[in-house]
Ligand binder design. Sequence first.
Ligand code: 4AZ
Length: 262
Amino acid sequence: MVLFAALPAALAVPATPAEAIVGGVAASTSDHPWMVAVASRSVYGDLRSGQFCGGTLVSPTKVVTAAHCLYDETTGQRVDRPDLSVVLGRTDLAGSAGREVSVVDTWVDPNYELSTNQWDVAVLTLAEPQDPGSVLPMVSQGATAPYAAGTDATVFGWGDLHGNGSYPTTLHEVQVPMVANATCSADYHSGPSGTFDPRTMACAGQQALGGRDACQGDSGGPLVVAGRLVGIVSWGEGCAEPGHPGVYTRLSAMVSAVRGQL
Ligand code: 4AZ
């Protein structure tokens, strides 16, 4: 989620609005210490601390992210990145603030399916415990209220501007209203990107207008309602397009399994 005007000039390449993430603002990990970058310097390079997904600190040693962040979507195979790590307290990934902590274990929901995007949740175990005051509480199992259409949600990430590899180095956030299941089912009814499954997914975005969304590189990051983690950036058709809201993992459907990993 990127505010176009807030980008460094070198990255401010003109883009078609439908492809750009717009409507966001700069955010800081000081205000949101649970916001982490999931990273591998050996695979993704040092420029942005190796970031390739987002994640959320939900206990001193555990980070929730998307299962698909641990897969190669072209081969469908699990990827083992030997230097998988989590970056905490680093708003600007070009800098060296905060800490990089190794991931020593990974858990993927046993129901996760790459082909359907269902049950898109994973838990990373950190090598060293972090400040308990930095964790974000999770939604309750079976909760429905946070997903009611029109509810204000906020999504955070270091993701792509245009879907063409123009990544900012600094964290952004954007407010997106929750979208009704019926609307999202109609928007993603056996389309090219996937089918919306209301049991395991939830949608958010300005459904008719577009203009606010998560995008590539934001995957795995948090969707927050009233100070709780309720969703995980999962998939969508393009970014910020009218009629194609962002699709998130519905954490309330699987949070008991996640808690079992903490
Ligand atoms: C992705 O590929 C992705 N517009 C993330 C979020 C959205 C689309 C794609 C939602 O990581």
